[in-house]
Design a protein around this ligand. Sequence first.
Ligand code: ATP
Length: 229
Amino acid sequence: MSALLQVSQITAWYGASQALFGVDLEIGEGEVVALLGRNGMGKTTTIRTICRMLAHTEGAISFAGHDLARLPSHKVARLGVGLVPEGRRCFANLTVRENLIAAARPGEWGLSEVDRLFPTLGQRANQMASTLSGGEQQMLAIGRALMTNPKLLILDEATEGLAPVVRHEIWRAIHALKNAGLSILLVDKTLKELLAVANRCVVLEKGTTAWTGEPGGLTAEISDRYLGV
Ligand code: ATP
């Protein structure tokens, strides 16, 4: 069976500065993949490259039978890549409900499914997004991505800066999405929770794939060498 997402030897530049030097990454249907690596190793840049948000990249990106490598980012989204970016961007001047509706595309995920996943969003349906807490904004950002009915959900820094009780809520939701069969690419700094949900890990070191394997194979030596833990 071919992978849902297959990324081969991608490279990326910010102006004259090269950030990725050959990243390989694969995500199977229903698989949760954790993208790991110390600060600045290229996790966010890999995500931006997959989502076609950078002007200068090379390498092969195949997603659900489509070649993404030359497509504009809105077409990547339309093919089923749902991104929850770092900083969880929502429309501040729209209500929670309006934010969700603005993202909607046909499929199994609609308002009631998002409300069931995050009851808080249902309770805050008519509140402006700008008045939400950081955790509620992250729930809304995930809800917006789900409303697009993605084949692959990408979460960059899923729980960064959130209070412990809200982090717990986000991890619960990610487990629920995994159990529902969604394919997920995840970046987060809390290794314990990340490894508990991931089927596989991809470790980046200086813009290349340094190691890939199941969480159980992530030995102390590998963690020490590539993650500094
Ligand atoms: P972090 O956990 O700190 O977000 P990361 O693994 O996501 O790290 P990236 O943000 O992808 O790493 O950064 C990879 C490299 O690209 C770093 O050397 C970084 O300084 C550089 N970089 C990232 N964003 C930009 C940018 N907008 N302009 C120039 N260089 C950038």
